[in-house]
Design a protein around this ligand. Structure first.
Ligand SMILES: [Cu+2]
Length: 131
C-alpha cells in the first residue's frame, strides 16, 4: 500500500516534470492566439460555423483532407489556399461584429460552389444578451 502510494506520487511527479519540460513552447502558445482547427474536404468545411470575439486574435488551422481548397473571406482579409493534404494557417483579429461567409475559392470539383462556412464575430464583452 505505502509503496504503491509512493510509486504513484513518484509517477505523478514524473508526469509533472515531463509537462514542465515540454511546456515552455506550449505555455507560450497558450498566451498566443487561440487555435481553431477547420477541416476542408469536398465540399464542406467542418465545423460549418465558428464564433470569434471582436478584437481577439485567433489562429485558424485550415486542414485539407483531400484536394487543394481555398479559404476566402474578404471582410476579414483572409484569402489563402489550403494545399492538398496540408494545413494552412491564418491569423486573424476581427474588428467588426457580424456574420461572415467564408467560401472555398479554389475550384475543387462539382460541389465547389456550395462549399462555405460561417464565421460569427461577437462583442468581446461576453454579453450573451439577446440572440
Ligand atoms: Cu472549392
Amino acid at each position: 500500500m505505502t509503496r504503491n502510494g509512493i510509486f504513484h506520487v513518484g509517477g505523478a511527479l514524473a508526469v509533472v516534470a515531463g509537462l514542465l519540460a515540454t511546456s515552455s513552447p506550449r505555455a507560450r502558445a497558450e498566451e498566443g492566439p487561440r487555435v481553431i482547427v477547420i477541416t476542408a474536404k469536398r465540399f464542406e468545411f467542418s465545423p460549418k460555423e465558428i464564433t470569434l470575439k471582436k478584437g481577439e486574435t485567433v489562429k485558424l488551422q485550415l486542414k485539407s483532407e483531400d484536394v487543394t481548397h481555398g479559404f476566402f473571406l474578404r471582410p476579414l482579409g483572409i484569402d489563402t489556399d489550403i494545399p492538398a493534404g496540408q494545413t494552412a494557417e491564418v491569423t486573424v483579429t476581427p474588428q467588426e461584429v457580424g456574420r461572415y461567409r467564408a467560401i472555398c475559392d479554389h475550384f475543387c470539383g462539382a460541389g465547389h460552389g456550395g462549399m462555405k462556412m460561417t464565421i460569427v464575430v461577437e462583442e468581446a464583452t461576453g454579453s450573451a444578451g439577446g440572440k
